[in-house]
Every structure is written in C-alpha cells, then in structure tokens.
Design a protein around this ligand. Structure first.
Ligand SMILES: [Zn+2]
Length: 1078
C-alpha cells in the first residue's frame, strides 16, 4: 500500500515540476505580479482532496475529524484565550493548542487536523521560528494540517452584514494565501457553532468558490425530520437571483461539533481513555470499540452514503493533542483490526474536505433547499432569537466601525502619498472588524468584560485609521502649489479632520468649543448624494457656507430633553444645526465652513407644546404626512396617494425567569428570547409631545415615559420618515427583565406574511407560525416567530406596503396582520444557561445602559406607481443609510471664511464616472503592492423595479480613471483566486420523484421521534442496507484540482472592451486591479 502511494506521489511531483517550470518560463516577467499565489506554490503540494486517506468501497467509512473550536472571544477576551490566562474562567489557551497539534502532526504523517480561525492562527504564526514555520508549511502542503473556513473568525450569520462577512473572509483567506499559497486555501465552510444559518452566507460561500459547508445548529424539529428522511445533507440554493452559481452543498452535522458521548479524549473531558493493557483489570477495548461502532452505525442510518463524519473535538480541545491522538490511534487500530473478522466499518483520520470528496464520489443525488435555517431552536422553549438584539449599542458601534473602515480603505487607496503606517493601521481595523463578526461578538452573547474588550478594540482601530484619513485629507485639501513653495513636505497637518464618535447623542467637542470650524463630508458611495447634516452646537445662530462661498439655509433645533438629561453625556451642545448638503461627490468630499454669528436673534421654541394637542398634530412634506392623535401617538400616514391608520408604540415583554433545570423553566437571556407567558405591556397611555416645524425638517419629540422617548421627523423632499428612539435605563426595580419593542400597526392585510432581509441583501418570505419545509409545532408563539433583521423588514398587500430599515441588526416579526415589530433593547436578570453564565444586564455609571437608534419608515403603494418603485427607493436609501457621509471636523480659528475658501481644496471627487444608483462600489481598498481590490455590486433584486432591476454595464477603467490602471483580473468573491481558474465540485439534485418519495416516507414514520441528544440515538434501524457503494460514478471524477495553468490574459488587446463589465441583479463582481508603477 505505502509503496504504491509513494510512487504515485513521485510521478505527480515530476509532472508538477514540469508544469511549474513551463509556466514560469512562459510568464517570466508576469508571474510575480499576476499570479495571486504561484510564487508560494510548493512543488511538493499534495494537499486537499489529493491528501485524503483512502476509503473502502464496501464498508462504512467513518471520517474522524480531529478539530478544535476556538472562539475569538466569549467568556474570555481574544488575548486571554490565545495566551491561556484566566484559567479560573475557562481552561483554554490557543497557543498551546496549535503548538501541540503541530508537534503531533509532525511526528505522524497519518494524522490530520483542521484549523479554522485565522485571527488565532496568525497570532501564533508570527511568534514561530522559521524552522517551525517551514515544518508547518510542509504539513499544509501535504494536507495534514488543513484550513477550513479560514475567515478571520467564524462569523455569526444572523446579525452580520454581508459587506463585513465578505471583508473578513477576504482578509483571512488572503493571509492564508500569502503564507501558504494554494494549499492554504480552504474549500469547505465550517460554521459549526453559529446559532442558525443564513441563506446569504451559503450564497457567499458559493461565490467564494467553496465546494461545501458543514454546520452544527439547526432547529431541533427540522433536524429530526431531516435525519429521518435522510435530508440532512443537501444542495442549498443561496440566492433567488443568482440561481445555480449560488448552489452550495451543505451538511448538518449529526452531533453539532462534539465527539460522541464518552469519546472526548481531551484533557478538558472526563471520559476514560482506551485502556488496552493486555492483562489490565481496566482493559476496556472491546466495550469502547463496540460502543463507538454502534454509534457510527446509528449515525449512518440518517445519511445517504456509506460515509459518516464524526467530529472528534470541541471548544478549545487539543491543548495536549497527544492525549486525544493517542486514544484516536488506538480506536482506529482496534476498530479496523476487526475487519479481518468481518467488520465492515472502517475508521480513518479525515478532514471535512475528504468527507465531502467521498460524498461527491458516491455519485448519488441530493435534496435541495431554498429557504434558510432561522430561527434556531434547540428545544421547545429555547428559540435563539434574543441575540438578534442583545447588546444593541455594541451592534451599532460595529456598524459605525465598518462604516469608518470602508472610508479608511478608500482614502488610503486614493492617497497621493502613502505613509508606511497606513497599511498597519488599516490592517488593525480590518482585523478588528473580522473579530467583531465572530458568533459571540456582534451577537452580544459574550461576557460583559469581553464586550468591553471588543469595544475598546474598535475605538483603538478607529483612532489608528483616523491617522490615515487625516493624512490623506490634508494631502488632498492643501493645494500642491502652496505646499511646493515650502521646501519641506507638509508633514505637520494643517487640519484636524477629527472624528466625533458621539454624534448620535449630539456631542462633538470640536464643534462645541470653536466659533469657527469646518465640516468635511466624505461620501463613500460611488454616486452623488444629498444628506441632511446635523451638527452639535452651543448656540442657535450660525452661518454655513459651502466650498463655493454660497450660504446654506439652516435650521436650528434644541437637543431633545431626554438626550440633555443623559447622565453620562458630557457635552455643552444644546442645539443641533441642520442643513442640506447636496451634490456630495462620489468617493469624495465637500467641506463646509461654519461660523457662529454674534448678533442677537431670537430662538424659536416648539410650535406646539405639550398641553396644546387638542387635535391631530401633523408633520409633513410633499411625499409623506404623519398625523399624531391627541394622546401623542402616531395615528395615520398619508403617502403615495394612500391614507391609512398607522400607529406606532413602544411595548415590552417580560423576560421569562426560571432555573433552566428543564426546558419549561428556561430563562430569557443573551441567546434566548423567551417572554414570560407572552405577556406584553404598553409603556404609556399618553405621550408628551413637542412639535418643531421649519423649512428643512419637521419634528415631533415624543416622551413616552422616564426611559423611552423618540423624535419622529420628516425632512423636506424625503419620501420616508425617521423614528429616532432613545431607550433606557430600562428599570428593573420590579425585579422583572424587560425586552422592549417598537411596533407599527397598519391596515395592510398581510395574511401572516412578511419579509426580512438576509444579511442585508436578498429578502426572504416569512409566514407566521410556519416553516417552509416542515410542519412546525410551536411552543413559543412570540419568539418562535422572530427573525433576524439586519437592514429591512416589510409587509404588504395588493395596495399598500410598509417597510422599516433599522440601523443595526435587531430581532423582528409580524405577530398580527399589518403589524411589524422590532426589538430595540433588552435588559435581563437571568442567564439562559447556554454558557455565558451572566444575565444580560448592561449598565453604565451604575444605571441601565441607554441605547439610541433610528428606524427609517417607508409607506406607499405596493404595486406599480409612476417613477421609481418603493422597493428600489428602499434599496437606495438602505445603502445611503449604511454608508452615509463620514463627518470630519477641523478647527478654523486660523482662517477666516475667505482665506479658507481660496487657499484650500474644499471639494474632491475620487472617481470620474458616476455609477448608476443600482450599482454599489462595494469595495475599494489597497491590496498587494500596486494593487487595488475592487468590487461592484448590483443592489437590486430581480423585479424590484422596472428600470433599476435591469442589468447594468460599466467600464471599470472609466470609473476608476483617477488611478493609472495597467490591468485588471476578475477573482472569486473573496479576492483570492482567479475566477476563470476556479472550479467547484458539482452535486446532482434529486429528481422530482425522489423529493416526493422522501417526504412521503417521513409523514408515515417519523412523527414522534425527537433526537434532541445524540446520547439517545434512534436505535433499531439496521445498518445502512440501502447505502450505495461508492466509487462507481465518482472514481474518475476528479473535478476538483484547481488547474495550475494560467491563461495569458490580455497584453495587447488594450482596448476598453476588457474593462467593460456587466452586472445583473444581486451580482457582485470582484477584481484585482493593477496600478502602473513609475
Ligand atoms: Zn463558538
């Protein structure tokens, strides 16, 4: 056996070498620049599918997957986990894991290990000697150590935004690619712990060129049914718009990601080792092997092929890898020894990709799926829908940080002169955002101290990147003529370009302390935008002029009293200065000069004060009109020619409290949303309101009670309204945890149907009390109907449509026809017993945490209307809401308005061709030396608008004409593999008839079976009698090897044609753009 294998390897090596030499000669001058990874390709590569241990055709092949699940922060911070400190909290030290696994792998070529989290791996990598690094490269090249997933962290799928998911994969995969080349490239998605799974994630994996995905957590009812009908492995269609290109083979693991009961051999576990001393009184070989083989057989009943995957590991396992491996060695040896006596079970060290390869080679067909895996329930009373909202301020801070990361990337890419610290600053920010996507970070399911650590990382990252933006903006603003007069380069900055992170509570030291300051609005979108800007000020009379010296119309409003009263707000701003900034250049900025006026003027208070609301109060513009009843609640809306009763109110659920000893006693907590008997409370019968009407904006300031207030506003010419809510401190003096929602009620006859977005992209249809693929038995009628809302929730009927766009992820639902609700904040007093061990009780200065945020509210005709459809408007506003202008403030004490206007460049446009509004420049960032990574995205779905949903053609070179472009090449979505060289494993879907039969089988047999725990396997079914023998169809089908050959691309075509690209609805195209080097 071994000899044959070696010979084959040698032959492959030889062929491979020829190929490499040939290509090298052919390209010579091109290799370094053009091939993403050729320079790192090792001639000994025998990784991935080529490195799999052979399976046996007529046996049940048990793929043992040694693995560790290393949370990038949870009970401990990222660094505490890495270094292994705070062992009193959790015995977990990632550095020891990688050390000891590498040791074990080096000693024995049979062993396999997978590693997932690039954030940890590269922390470890940079501490290693070159000798260790070389031996790790060998392990990777031989497929003994394999990267799976490979993103910076294993991201959550409910509360994350696709922009950040793509970013963190791109970064993790790039680091792997830069370090290990092709063999470092993961082929398999490994989302074993996230709490439910989004369809968009499947689509993203497919577009990144992944061959498959394995995951752990799905609704227990769904899992039962899928196992019973052998539908736990399937072809998942990730996009309704992209069709086949978004298909991803996906498998639900049998036992989450744990080892079978009794077989965790880790030092963290208490299970017995395999004791094989011949005469030892404790010898347990027979019993242990029997149990394990039974388990494998049982598992195989629920899957289609004669292969099963068994995860051998868990949270932070393998800190002493030899302990686990020694027992696995014995397990494999003793189990396989039985084959001579007729056992037909074969145990092998394997990886998820080797398992997938075996499935592929089985040549059978697979079921398909088109919806998603939300919400996730682990038992009848544990719906994991609380984390959709948990830690609302951390969730918002993450959105702000992403916003600034994009700005920082763009400005760093456009910098006329790049400083050496740009890249490390940017990288710190990229990696911080990568960590934030982790399934215990943005989800809000970490301990409080860890949440603080995440927040701190983001503020450090913002400060670092602010160094870049300050430098670049100074370079762009200070005209080169002025700087060339001075002999020294302007290393000291003229302008501050300061960031005010607390603008959301109207606080900004620079605008408060200076009577003259400039506000630079940087627009990260690739089209012109208009934006209503709000500036914290201490006075009510200011003059604002734009870069042309034109005086802007302004309106000044008092800061809402609830904001003024916030204990921890240390700001002198009593007013907000508001003006419309228009024609903000794409990927550019416009600067405004703002000066306090010193002559006396009267400040006008509210036009309607609390006691005067004897009739309907109205705020309106030409598009939308909101009416408030005499109690101060929103009561009707007119828009688009439709008038309807629409109300909005705040309510709260009481968080269930229990001892968690059994399902029925589950508490509501960081993960779980479980309202106590679905009890809901109104927060007020009467709302105090103040009304402000001006030329620019009309506002109703509502006060519901001591801890809930809101500003409802309608800006001139906007077709939607803004609801800016302020919640907290949520009182707990009654010992009741509270989960606060906002609810919009309308007359729309939605018949139980509503729509929520998937990670900010495509909308998914939801039906109240229903799931698409199984008969739901719902024991939690509120929380079981909650879905993640990252950017949008809507409902409609034949005439009207209502949509709400939040500014961070929130849980949402439609519990009555016509009603939409979003959970805005939660404060709980009990732990839900899923590990975090703390109640979600966020406080600040000894009081409950206050959260503030915005909902954009759209209402109008659902069907055809003249002009742009409401859906398309929502998409465009959603984008402008995600990436509004970034505000930079500079002190202008040294320059009067005229000096400022004539001496500096106060307007800048970074791209020359403006993109149509349906196209988003999703990414523009410095990549490798003299390279840009660029992504264009069509933001509409099919059929959302007659015009905007059309395919669009653009010329990339024209768009990016401010750069000297030499060449461009398309990659997979992650930016790390050439698109035209990427092939994915293809899987064949079941025929219609098979689909029908498999469902028919289920309805007869599986009604009462619950596999809540793998410890209670469903016994009594015979060993895989109907499994197909493998290798028949698959033997010759090695479609998997990525071709090494690189086609020579365009040297002399040189015309614009190659830069023309077309985008169809929801398509994202990714390019590496090569810049000219002087
Ligand atoms: Zn985890």
């Amino acid at each position: 056996m071994a000899h044959t294998k070696e010979k084959t390897t040698m032959l492959c090596k030889t062929i491979y070498w020829f190929a490499v030499l040939y290509i090298f000669a052919y390209f010579l001058h091109d290799v370094e620049m053009r091939n993403i990874n050729a320079a790192y390709e090792s001639p000994a590569s025998q990784c991935g599918y080529l490195s799999c241990h052979p399976t046996k055709q007529n046996m049940l092949n048990v793929h043992l997957i040694p693995h560790t699940h290393d949370d990038v922060g949870w009970l401990k911070t990222v660094d505490q986990y890495y270094y292994g400190s705070k062992t009193n909290i959790q015995k977990a030290g990632v550095q020891y894991i990688i050390d000891s696994v590498v040791d074990a792998l080096v000693k024995d070529p049979e062993k396999r290990f997978i590693y997932v989290e690039s954030a940890f791996f590269f922390k470890w990598w940079k501490e290693q000697t070159s000798t260790v690094q070389e031996s790790v490269k060998t392990l990777v090249n031989e497929g003994r150590l394999e990267f799976i997933g490979g993103a910076w962290s294993m991201n959550d799928e409910a509360t994350t935004h696709y922009q950040s998911i793509i970013d963190q994969f791109s970064w993790g995969l790039r680091r792997l690619n830069d370090t290990f080349g092709e063999c470092g490239r993961p082929r398999i998605g490994w989302q074993i712990d996230p709490f439910g799974h989004s369809r968009e994630m499947a689509s993203i994996f497919a577009q990144m060129g992944f061959d498959g995905l394995f995951f752990g957590r799905l609704d227990y009812q769904d899992k039962d049914e899928r196992l019973m009908t052998k539908n736990a492995e399937m072809i998942w269609r990730g996009s309704a718009n992209l069709a086949k290109a978004s298909d991803l083979f996906s498998g639900a693991l049998y036992n989450n990601y744990q080892a079978p009961d009794g077989f965790c051999f880790d030092i963290l576990c208490n299970d017995d080792p395999i004791i094989d001393g011949k005469h030892s009184p404790d010898n347990n070989v027979k019993e242990r092997v029997d149990t394990f083989l039974d388990y494998a057989k049982t598992q195989s009943k629920y899957y289609r092929t004669n292969n099963v995957i068994i995860t051998m590991g868990g949270d932070f396992t393998y800190q002493a890898a030899q302990v686990y491996y020694k027992n696995l060695d014995k397990l494999i040896r003793y189990a396989n020894a039985r084959q001579v006596n007729g056992s037909n079970i074969n145990l092998i060290y394997s990886t998820p990709s080797c398992y997938l390869k075996s499935l592929h080679e089985s040549g059978i067909t697979w079921p398909t799926k088109t919806d998603d895996f939300f919400p996730y329930a682990s038992d009848p009373h544990a719906y994991w829908t609380g984390y959709f909202t948990s830690r609302p301020t951390l969730k918002r801070f993450e959105r702000d940080s992403n916003h600034f990361l994009q700005v920082c990337k763009q400005l760093s890419a456009m910098a006329p002169k790049k400083s050496v610290e740009f890249e490390p600053h940017l990288t710190f920010m990229r990696e911080t955002l990568g960590i934030m996507q982790h399934h215990d970070a943005i989800t809000g399911t970490e301990k409080q101290k860890v949440a603080f650590d995440y927040a701190k990382r983001m503020s450090v990252g913002i400060r670092a990147c602010a160094g870049n933006t300050r430098s670049v903006l100074n370079q762009l603003s200070v005209k080169s003529e002025t700087s060339s007069n001075t002999s020294e380069p302007r290393s000291d900055y003229i302008f501050d370009f300061k960031i005010c992170p607390l603008l959301n509570i109207t606080s900004c030291p620079l605008s408060e302390l200076n009577e003259r300051f400039a506000l630079t609005l940087y627009n990260p979108l690739a089209h012109f935008t208009d934006e209503y800007v709000r500036v914290p000020v201490t006075h009510y009379d200011y003059k604002v002029i734009d870069n042309n010296g034109v005086t802007m119309d302004i309106q000044v409003l008092p800061v809402p009293s609830a904001v003024m009263k916030m204990k921890n707000r240390s700001s002198n701003a009593q007013y907000e200065l508001i003006f419309l900034a228009s024609n903000l250049p794409p990927l550019g900025y416009r600067t405004y000069y703002i000066e306090k006026q010193n002559y006396f003027k009267e400040f006008f208070g509210p036009s309607v004060s609390p006691k005067k609301t004897s009739s309907l109060t109205v705020i309106e513009n030409e598009h939308i009109k909101l009416g408030f009843d005499t109690n101060g609640f929103l009561s009707e809306v007119t828009a688009d020619g439709i008038t309807q009763f629409v109300s909005q109110e705040f309510l709260y659920y009481e968080g269930a409290k229990g001892n968690n000893a059994e399902f029925l006693n589950r508490s509501s907590g960081a993960y779980i949303f479980r309202p106590n008997q679905n009890k809901i409370h109104f927060v007020a019968n009467q709302v105090d309101i103040e009304v402000y009407r001006g030329e620019i904006v009309q506002e109703v300031h509502q006060k519901f009670n001591d801890w809930i207030s809101q500003v409802v506003r309608v800006y001139r010419s906007r077709s939607y309204a803004e609801f800016e809510w302020l919640i907290g401190p949520i009182p707990i003096d009654d010992d009741v945890g509270k989960e606060v929602i906002t609810r919009f009620n309308s007359g729309i006859e939605s018949t139980g149907i509503f729509y929520t977005d998937s990670n900010g992209r495509e909308m998914i249809k939801r039906r109240r009390n229903r799931r698409d693929t199984w008969n739901l038995k719902l024991n939690e009628e509120v929380s079981g109907n909650y879905y993640p809302v990252t950017t949008k929730i809507t409902l409609e009927d034949g005439t009207a449509r209502m949509a709400i766009l939040p500014d961070r992820a929130q849980g949402g639902s439609s519990l009555q026809d016509g009603a939409l609700e979003l959970m805005v904040h939660r404060r709980l007093l009990h732990d839900d017993a899923f590990g975090v061990g703390e109640a979600l009780n966020e406080t600040e200065h000894g009081e409950g945490l206050i959260a503030r945020g915005k909902h954009l509210f759209f209402f109008g005709q659902s069907g055809n209307r003249s002009g742009i459809s409401l859906k398309a408007t929502e998409r465009i506003v959603q984008l402008e809401n995600l990436l509004p202008t970034w505000k930079f403030f500079s002190n202008m004490t040294s320059y009067n308005a005229e000096e400022w206007r004539t001496s500096f460049k106060n307007i800048f446009q970074g791209i020359s061709m403006v993109l149509p509004k349906s196209v988003h420049l999703l990414t523009l960032e410095p990549w490798h030396l003299n390279q840009l990574l660029v992504r264009f995205e069509h933001i509409m779905e099919k059929g959302e608008d007659v015009n905007y949903s059309r395919s669009v053609q653009i010329n990339v070179k024209n768009v990016l004409s401010t750069f000297e472009i030499d060449d461009m090449r398309e990659t997979t979505l992650d930016g790390n593999a050439w698109l035209n060289e990427t092939e994915r494993l293809q899987f064949v879907p079941d025929s219609e008839e098979e689909v029908y039969n498999s469902y028919a089988t289920f309805s007869k047999s599986a009604k009462a079976i619950h596999l809540l725990s793998a410890a209670k396997p469903f016994l009594g079914v015979k060993f895989s009698d109907e499994a197909l023998s493998s290798g028949q169809l698959g033997a010759e089908s090695n479609r998997i090897k990525r071709t090494v050959h690189t086609e020579r691309f365009n040297l002399h075509t040189g015309d614009n044609q190659k830069y023309m690209i077309e985008l169809s609805p929801m398509e994202i195209r990714t390019f590496v753009v090569y810049l000219s080097v002087y």
